[in-house]
Ligand binder design. Structure first.
Ligand SMILES: Nc1nc2c(c(=O)[nH]1)N[C@H]1C(S)=C(S)[C@@H](COP(=O)(O)O)O[C@H]1N2
Ligand SMILES: [Mo]
Length: 366
């Protein structure tokens, strides 16, 4: 897989709207997420800092260090040749997706609905790499390291996250070099990124050049304080809190997105309106989706297609017959544990993470 095209991918984000931010951040409108595999031009981009200069995949090396018997240093080619290559279809969602809907507002990238996508990720299992390195019994957590730097403090990493060692060794966790069967674009972390299905996007470290194994939870850039952490006891707006009691986000709530029809649709009264989209969750599987066209007074249960795998999103579809006039469509997913998406109030926390408020799409029936 040649990596010569990685830089053309920088210009291919034709379906994204940039966020008002110094770093390169952008998200698509919901209807651009209609295909099962999100095309690169519609896949959101989230950068906490700058981007490493155009990376020559031939020169890139990945080090495995820390609590291992045999530290490793591998080129991308060695990585591809040394371990079984696997592909997994998985949703990648930023924990801050939906932050723009919090009331009162919280600071941070003001994502609306589009900081999510589903792709085929190809790479090697992190567990295979770690088996080669020999994980010591003292191993507790990973630390992921990359060359991108903070825009405000250029001597500091932009982001250095980690995951519990059990998730690092789980078969779905990859060090990936391809996305949707093409070389991983630089904007998405090429040549190498971490893929952690079911975990928030922050765990999916881009431009991985060192995988460090630690004997305690990682304390790298944006691992501590309120960054990508949630209060264990709820904290309301304006309430005092101690961020030391917050816990790292390791799961994502059940959620759905209407991708058809598009916002502002004009539909005919003469035929039933097809309402379709995607439902997904972190560790607890989705069990159903229902759709309302009258503000949640009445609901139609949607058909829910099988997923291509446990970490892919699932297609829901419902047909609703509507009288002429303005209409607001809503979709509400639930998981097998009985959790449902909230209808009215976005779940509030100091940094606005994991908002799974129902998605609404307004239009008109003629
Ligand atoms: N090195 C590095 N990796 C990173 C980030 C970053 O800023 N730097 N952002 C993380 C966050 S918060 C998210 S949501 C995902 C976004 O991945 P994408 O840009 O490929 O959509 O990448 C993660 N990996
Ligand atoms: Mo994120």
């Amino acid at each position: 897989m040649p990596h010569s095209s990685t830089d053309t991918a920088l210009a291919a984000k034709t379906r994204l709207r940039g966020l008002d931010d110094d770093a390169v951040n952008g998200e698509p409108l919901a209807d651009a997420l209609d295909p099962m595999l999100t095309p690169a031009e519609a896949f959101f981009v989230r950068n906490n800092g700058d981007m490493p200069a155009a990376a020559d995949a031939g020169a890139w090396r990945l080090a495995v260090t820390g609590e291992v018997e045999r530290p490793l240093s591998l080129s991308v080619a060695e990585l591809m040749e040394s371990f079984p290559v696997v592909t997994i279809t998985a949703v990648l969602e930023c924990a801050g997706n939906g932050r723009a809907f919090l009331d009162p507002p919280v600071s941070g990238a003001q994502w609306r609905d589009g900081a999510v996508g589903c792709a085929r990720w190809t790479g090697v299992r992190m567990g295979d790499l770690l088996a080669r390195a020999g994980v010591k019994p003292s191993a507790v957590y990973t630390g992921h390291h990359s060359p991108d730097r903070s825009l405000t403090s250029p001597d500091r990493p932009a982001l250095s996250r980690g995951i519990p060692i059990a998730k690092a060794l789980a078969p779905e966790t990859l060090v990936a070099f391809a996305m949707n069967d093409a070389p991983l674009p630089r904007l998405h972390g090429g040549p190498l990124r971490v893929v952690v299905p079911g975990y928030p996007g922050s765990a999916w470290q881009k431009w991985l050049d060192r995988l460090d194994i630690r004997d305690r939870e990682h304390d790298g850039e944006k691992m501590t304080g309120t960054d990508y952490r949630l209060p264990v006891q709820p904290v309301g707006p304006g309430e005092a809190f101690d961020a030391a009691t917050f816990a790292v986000i390791t799961d994502m709530p059940v959620k759905s997105l209407i991708t058809r029809p598009a916002a502002g649709f004009l539909a005919s009264r003469d035929e039933a309106l097809a309402v379709e989209g995607w439902a997904w969750s972190g560790a607890t599987p989705v069990s159903g989706v229902r759709v309302s066209a009258d503000g949640g007074v009445t609901w139609t249960s949607a058909q829910l297609a099988d997923a291509v795998g446990p970490y892919a999103w699932r297609r829901f579809s419902a047909a609703v017959s509507l009288p002429p006039g303005p209409v607001v469509l809503m979709a509400q997913a639930r998981d097998v544990a009985g959790n449902v998406q909230p209808l009215d109030d976005a779940p509030w926390n100091p940094r606005g993470y994991c908002n799974n408020l129902v998605h609404r799409v307004a239009g008109r029936v003629l």
